[in-house]
Design a binder for this molecule. Structure first.
Ligand SMILES: Cc1cc2nc3c(=O)[nH]c(=O)nc-3n(C[C@H](O)[C@H](O)[C@H](O)COP(=O)(O)OP(=O)(O)OC[C@H]3O[C@@H](n4cnc5c(N)ncnc54)[C@H](O)[C@@H]3O)c2cc1C
Length: 446
């Protein structure tokens, strides 16, 4: 494992420039005991800890900012510790990836069902900390829905077991205090490591679906129609097993795609329900595989001129925003163009599910967005435009999926984390709570 690879990780965020002199130590624990020792070393040296999984998070949180800090990576804590006799849950270390866990489960018919596109690298510790979900989150939920309990370490080395109902801890006074605050897994989910270092997770396993599925393509006349179709599928609660949209693709990268479109895989029993909502062109298995591949590669395509960048990454359109999708997307695009960015690609999971900072559920479209940056645009231009987008989304009522820029704009979650850190303590990723967090991140854009 090369040090540079651990520090940068699979960083696909725009915060890529790191001052390596400010990283005071990097630890690679293999066990919980090693993690306790690593945290104790950081505490003795007086440094904040950056917990790190694969580094595939897109918000910049996993970089630890550019302050003096110690990185503790879970890349060597990747074992499946045990599987329950009835195969309904598995206890795993935080550095295991969904692909690794499902490879261990392969001889059985049970699987771990949170599979983000980054499932080959993203760790379950990082995924819980960002409340990750795959393109079947509509059916299987996000990480919090599939985690039964998590063990976390505090900066002063205490082990806390957090479940759906509350907390257990050897320090009974801390346990009482945290239960009075009603700390549950909902708080740990998408806390970006601010509440402690996750050392073990109990993950729910579910059977592989054995129903016959079919696939179809909805080619919409405009973006509003696409929003309405997604809204109708959500209202009808159709258990779509795979749902992806391509809302826009720049002529440089469009190829044979004809957006806006919606690719759906669904149980055969729901064909009529879908046909009563929209016109569906049936797809063969090969055509579906090809469209899935195009969708995955869309994020990697480059424009003929300028650089590809993702200023905001994820837009969560739900509720009344689905019926006003065209107008919302146009407002965002005109904002981008006013700031000299050109839209490159907009695509994403739909119908899907995510949680807001106050733990309420949202159902709709998670739209990923990539833009073209001109060479003359400086790091501060980029950062200010990104923060302007955060403000525009607040005004439009479009929520970032919690993973991405929420940490700088989801005031309900931030307030709750501050409240809990008064009891549990800090010591992890504290830069996120600093007033100059944005200024620091803006220096990390290349
Ligand atoms: C190509 C690509 C595709 C993606 N697709 C999806 C997708 O489909 N769905 C989706 O939800 N996301 C997706 N993501 C985002 C990303 O993969 C997820 O956010 C993932 O959950 C992060 O896991 P990680 O191990 O890389 O965590 P990191 O990026 O290393 O860390 C993320 C956060 O968790 C904290 N953290 C990590 N480990 C621990 C721990 N043990 N204890 C406490 N805190 C910890 C970090 O400090 C940081 O704040 C994608 C990213 C890429 C690059």
């Amino acid at each position: 494992m090369r040090l540079r690879d651990v520090v940068a990780g699979a960083n696909a965020s725009m915060y890529y420039r790191t001052d390596f002199r400010r990283i005071k130590a990097v630890y690679y624990p293999q066990t919980e005991r090693d993690a306790v020792e690593a945290i104790a070393k950081a505490r003795e040296m007086g440094y904040d800890v950056t917990p790190k999984g694969a580094g595939s998070g897109l918000s910049g949180a996993c970089t630890g900012g550019n302050r003096d800090r110690v990185i503790i990576t879970t890349l060597r804590m990747n074992r499946v510790l045990s599987i329950s006799p009835d195969h309904t849950y598995a206890d795993v270390q935080p550095g295991a990836t969904p692909d690794e866990i499902n490879a261990v489960l392969a001889p059985s018919t049970m699987r771990f069902h949170v599979t983000p596109s980054s499932r080959d690298v993203a760790t379950v510790g990082g995924m819980l900390s960002t409340d990750s979900g795959g393109n079947d989150a509509w059916l299987h939920g996000t990480m919090r829905d599939n985690t039964l309990r998590a063990k976390i370490l505090t900066y002063d080395g205490k082990q806390i077991e957090v479940g759906r109902e509350g907390v257990r801890c050897e320090d009974t006074s801390l346990e009482d205090d945290l239960n009075r605050k009603a700390l549950t897994l909902n708080d740990i989910a998408d806390a970006h490591g601010l509440l402690g270092f996750v050392t073990e997770l109990r993950l729910a396993l579910k059977p592989i679906g054995d129903e016959t599925v079919m696939a179809g393509l909805v080619e919409c006349t405009d973006i509003s129609e696409l929003g309405s179709v997604v809204q109708d599928i959500i209202s009808a609660k159709i258990p779509v097993t795979y749902g992806e949209t391509v809302i826009y693709a720049h002529p440089d990268i469009r190829g044979s795609l004809n957006p806006p479109l919606l690719v759906l895989e669904f149980p055969e029993a729901h064909l009529r329900d879908l046909q009563s909502i929209t016109r569906l062109r049936m797809l063969t298995r090969e055509e579906l595989a090809e469209l899935k591949d195009i969708r995955l590669k869309l994020a990697k395509r480059t424009p003929k001129r300028g650089l590809q960048i993702s200023l905001f990454e994820d837009y969560g359109f739900y509720g009344h925003n689905l019926s006003r999708l065209q107008e919302r997307v146009e407002r965002i695009d005109s904002y981008l163009r006013e700031h000299s960015f050109e839209p490159l690609a907009k695509y994403g999971h739909a119908p899907t599910k995510w949680y807001m900072g106050d733990n309420t559920q949202a159902n709709g479209i998670i739209m990923h967005s990539n833009e073209i940056k001109q060479p003359r645009q400086s790091s501060s231009d980029v950062f200010e435009t990104a923060m302007g987008l955060v403000r525009l989304c607040e005004e439009l009522g479009v929520t970032p999926k919690p993973e991405h820029k929420w940490i700088y704009s989801d005031y309900a979650k931030l307030a709750r984390i501050r409240e809990l850190r008064e009891v549990i303590g800090g010591g992890f990723n504290s830069f996120i709570l600093d007033p100059d967090c944005g200024a620091v991140l803006s220096t990390m854009i290349q």
